[in-house]
Design a protein around this ligand. Structure first.
Ligand SMILES: [Zn+2]
Ligand SMILES: [Zn+2]
Length: 333
């Protein structure tokens, strides 16, 4: 522990509240002696919630929940167990810090305390290193050629973001990964992991769900404005979505939808080139001169028909307005 709590540190909370020191009972505070009407607030301002974490004792308390969950079969932890795990002798001080976590991250329940959903999520992020670590990898050459300009490709991992791009800075694949994923991993490992996550994410997004925070979102097709002459599916029409709640954003070539479809996965498998062993940004549905037909006029089509050759098979697909594959037809020469 790098800071010792004193009465004065309480005044530094961003919410401006100070510890009045009027706890009726500075001794152990458990569900048994808790006031029945001492309910947690229903809604917590996110800034106040994160301010509550600006203290190493409170982060230690969250970690104590994790240690307990690993050792015991129940998520409920007693006050005394938590205090011992954190190693703070003064139970009044310990109670003060625990109370700062209540509402947003910790809730009182029968038999003690448990993490809320937000508490579990923030603990997972702390364990994954999201808020602290700064591992970096690359730039590392990747055995691929830019699908826009043909230049050499490299990948870097910095500040939690994996970026695959060419010498001319065309972005081919950008994905956020927590630092834990990078511990002991190679760039190739990270590309593989990010690809798996991107496929999973797409499946949620086409169903109208943000894969990061599970809010409802409305994906759509967008025609690219820049007419660079590369009239391929990947570069002229993209599938995009943005989450108002958490700020996550997606933008993929429209042909990406095909890569997530099990029939297409089987087709690649039959052709002895399993999808997951290849760089998705190089694959036919996102690179080749896909024929596109829009079912509605204008620049933002709400249904897209595309046709693409995958090996010796011509695939015709219709995507509905959510980006889901509505119809799929194979023709083999
Ligand atoms: Zn390029
Ligand atoms: Zn979201």
């Amino acid at each position: 522990m790098d800071d010792t709590p004193t009465d004065s540190d309480a005044g530094m909370d961003a919410d401006g509240k100070t510890d009045t020191g009027t706890d009726p009972d500075p001794d152990e505070f458990t569900a048994e002696n808790a006031d029945a009407d001492d309910a947690a607030p229903a809604r917590v301002d996110p800034a106040d919630a994160f301010a509550a974490l600006g203290n190493s004792i409170r982060v230690d308390i969250l970690r104590a929940f994790l240690e307990h969950q690993q050792a015991a079969a129940t998520p409920v932890v007693q006050f005394s167990t938590l205090r011992r795990a954190v190693g703070l002798r003064d139970s009044g001080q310990f109670r003060y810090h625990l109370e700062q976590l209540r509402g947003a991250f910790v809730e009182k329940c029968d038999g003690g305390y448990r993490l809320t959903y937000a508490g579990s999520a923030v603990l997972t992020a702390i364990v994954a290193g999201t808020y602290t670590d700064t591992d970096a990898l690359g730039p590392t050459p990747v055995d691929s050629a830019c699908t826009f300009c043909g230049a050499a490709v490299s990948a870097t991992y910095r500040d939690g973001i994996l970026t695959v791009s060419c010498e001319n800075e065309h972005p081919l694949f950008v994905w956020a990964l927590p630092p834990n994923a990078a511990a002991g991993a190679s760039i190739e490992d990270l590309i593989e992991l990010a690809t798996t996550l991107a496929f999973q994410s797409y499946e949620l997004v086409v169903n109208g769900t943000c894969s990061e925070c599970y809010s409802s979102i409305s994906p759509e097709f967008e025609s690219a404005d820049d007419s660079s002459g590369d009239d391929t599916a990947g570069q002229s029409v993209r599938f995009t979505a943005a989450c108002d709640a958490c700020g996550a954003a997606w933008s993929v070539p429209v042909g990406f939808a095909l890569l997530t479809h099990p029939e297409i996965e089987r087709l690649y498998h039959r052709q002895d080139r399993p999808l997951r062993t290849q760089y998705w940004w190089e694959l036919d549905p996102v690179t080749s001169a896909v024929e596109l037909e829009f079912e509605s006029s204008g620049t933002d089509p709400n249904r897209v028909r595309l046709s693409v050759d995958i090996g010796d098979t011509t695939v015709r697909a219709t995507l509905d307005e959510t980006g889901s594959v509505a119809e799929l037809e194979f023709t083999t020469d």
